[in-house]
Design a protein around this ligand. Structure first.
Ligand code: 4NP
Length: 151
């Protein structure tokens, strides 16, 4: 499986999602390709937000090897599944989709735990206390994804 996690800046939510899924995949000895990107370009080349780094570290997950990059249309070809964090990301990514095969790859990540509710992962950028909650939402979603694959 080739999985891409997408948020707005690629410094807060999607780096956590990437780190969490990579950690679980490694624990299970799977050969999955996991990456993340942002719909915006403003933070390209940057490390994840220090609050995301600190939150991941609390759970023995190191995300300091990650650098932000912008989502690009080629990602529709490179990945099997594109998980977006919120409905704005969903709109922005779908706008770049060329056809149905691209559109079908795009899912709200919280559909894994809360199907058909159009739930968004809250943007923690302006809320220091939000990172822990975001971590747990993403952790549960990644567990569901592996469960769906019988893992
Ligand atoms: P992210 O959070 O989309 O989870 O990476 C944000 C990061 C930066 C900004 C907004 C959200 N920003 O406005 O710079």
């Amino acid at each position: 499986m080739r999985i891409l996690m997408v948020c707005l800046g690629n410094i807060c939510r999607s780096p956590l999602a990437e780190g969490i899924l990579k950690h679980k995949v490694r624990q299970r000895g799977l050969d999955w390709d996991v990456d993340s990107a942002g719909t915006g370009h403003w933070h390209a080349g940057e490390l994840p937000d220090r609050r995301s780094i600190a939150t991941a570290r609390q759970y023995q997950i190191d995300i300091t090897d990650q650098r932000a990059r912008q989502f690009r249309p080629e990602d529709f070809e490179r990945f099997d599944r594109i998980f977006v964090m919120d409905t704005q990301n969903q709109r922005d990514v779908l706008q770049l989709a060329r056809d149905t095969s691209h559109r079908e790859k795009v899912r709200l990540i919280l559909d894994l735990t809360h199907p058909d509710q159009d739930r968004s992962v809250p943007d923690p950028y302006y809320d220091d206390d939000g990172f822990e909650e975001v971590f747990h939402m993403l952790d549960a979603a990644c567990d569901k994804l592996l469960e769906q694959h019988g893992l």
